[in-house]
Write a protein of this length. Structure first.
Length: 94
C-alpha cells in the first residue's frame, strides 16, 4: 500500500532495496527472490521455501519506496504461482 500509485519498476526496486538491506547479498541470493507478477500496486514474489520467513520479515520493514511512504504486507503464501497470482487479484485493501 502506498500514498500514491506506484509503477511496477518502482515496486520492484523498492522491494529489492529493502530486502538487500535487511538480508544482505548472500541471504538474498540464497532466498532466490524473483519478482514474478505485479498488479494493483502490489506483486507476487517467488522465494525458495527456506527463505519465506526471512523475506516476509524483510517486506514488513518497508516504510517507503522511491521517497513515497509505503507499507508492504504478505497476503498469502502458496506453493503454486498461479494460485498466488489469483489471490493478488482478489485481495481487498483494508
Amino acid at each position: 500500500m502506498s500514498e500514491k500509485q506506484l509503477n511496477q519498476n518502482e515496486i520492484y526496486d523498492g522491494v529489492q532495496e529493502a530486502l538487500l538491506g535487511f538480508l544482505g547479498e548472500l541471504e538474498y541470493g540464497r532466498a532466490g527472490v524473483q519478482f514474478v507478477h505485479g498488479a494493483n500496486n502490489g506483486g507476487v514474489l517467488r522465494v525458495n521455501s527456506t527463505g519465506v520467513d526471512m523475506v516476509k520479515t524483510g517486506i514488513m520493514m518497508i516504510t517507503n519506496i522511491q521517497g513515497k511512504r509505503a507499507a508492504a504486507r504478505s497476503i498469502a503464501v502458496s506453493g503454486m504461482l498461479h494460485k498466488a497470482k489469483s489471490r493478488l487479484g482478489n485481495s481487498k485493501e483494508e
